[in-house]
Design a protein around this ligand. Structure first.
Ligand code: FES
Ligand code: FE2
Length: 319
């Protein structure tokens, strides 16, 4: 939904509303100096007021009559897991699926343990494709975390033969009513010393929900946690990715911080690849890469006829 500007506000009831930022009267940005009145938003320029529920204009302080056609565009939104999601459909279709809240994130349940935020120059499909791309795991996430967010596999800290992360992964699109927009990645992670001793074991179950949201449930010897990932397109080939972590109160804070840091380090390795690669429309795959094909078929449901596309450049560069 690149290129849209929103006025997001909370009515006095606590309900969240999203209207088009630009006032249909003379185009002022209502997110800059607009004022919440009850369940409506008052534009700062001439004080027209728009209802949050439907965008209908409810008051024009200097006019005798409010015309019925005076309306701001209202976007479907939902507040779930402390995020505000906006439904975008290139053909303006109504929402076809819903998000549900994770019970462990209800107030006074799990503990917030921090966030990371990255801007990544990549096609929107690249980032969620990482889950179905099981072969990259042992290649770029195999070298020890101590080597940091680099692609270097040499040097003592990268671990060589004495320390390695081992990953086993399966990816599956979901089927069934109200499930088709989901896919599940199951990951088993071990940190091994001298190819033998499994130091840290971790099971990760990642539920990909729609084109840009993932809930990763992490199960470790020190307790459970969840990492929420959102991918928001903010420009052509520019994505903002946020991770937020919540852990069970039983998980010691330093361990939770270590997971958050470890995740960010591993993610930086992917970012280096994404920032420099091109989007390959027709990749050359082997049989073992077949989940990538399944992923692409699954992801294609999120495009429709009018989805914004990057034009092919005349010299044939495929990006
Ligand atoms: S521009 Fe918003 S009320 Fe005039
Ligand atoms: Fe990765």
């Amino acid at each position: 939904m690149t290129g849209e500007n929103f006025a997001v506000f909370r009515g006095e009831s606590g309900e969240v509303y999203v209207l088009d930022a630009y006032c249909p009267h003379l185009g002022a940005n209502m997110a800059v100096g607009g004022c919440v009145k009850g369940e409506s938003l008052e534009c700062p320029f001439h004080a027209w007021r728009f209802g949050g529920k439907d965008g209908q204009c409810v008051a024009i302080p200097y006019a005798e009559k409010v015309p019925e056609f005076a309306k701001a565009r209202r976007w479907h939104s939902v507040e779930v897991n402390s995020f505000i999601f906006v439904w975008y459909h290139a053909q303006n279709e109504e929402p076809t699926w819903k998000l549900s809240a994770l019970p462990q994130l209800a107030p006074s349940q799990w503990v917030y343990r921090g966030r990371s935020e990255f801007y990544i120059s990549a096609h929107i499909q690249e980032i969620p494709e990482n889950g179905a791309d099981v072969a990259h795991l042992n290649a770029i996430h195999g070298p020890s975390l101590l080597a940091g967010g680099t692609l270097s596999t040499s040097g003592f800290l990268a671990g060589g033969s004495w320390a390695r992360h081992l990953w086993t992964a399966t990816w599956a699109a979901q089927t069934g009513p109200n499930e088709g927009h989901k896919a599940i990645l199951s990951l088993v992670h071990e940190f091994r010393l001298f190819s033998k001793f499994a130091m840290i074991k971790m099971n990760v179950n990642a539920v990909q929900i729609g084109p840009g949201y993932v809930e990763l449930s992490v199960d470790t010897t020190f307790g459970k946690a969840v990492i929420l990932q959102s991918v928001t397109p903010v420009g052509p080939l520019l994505q903002r990715v946020i991770h937020r972590m919540y852990a069970a109160p039983s998980m010691p804070a330093p361990f939770a911080n270590m997971i958050m840091l470890g995740e960010a380090i591993m993610f930086k390795r992917d970012i280096i690849v994404w920032n420099h690669k091109k989007f390959e429309d027709r990749p050359l795959l082997v049989r073992e890469d077949k989940a990538i094909n399944r992923y692409r078929r699954w992801y294609s449901q999120f495009y429709s006829e009018n989805s914004p596309r990057l034009g092919k450049s005349p010299d044939g560069l495929d990006w």
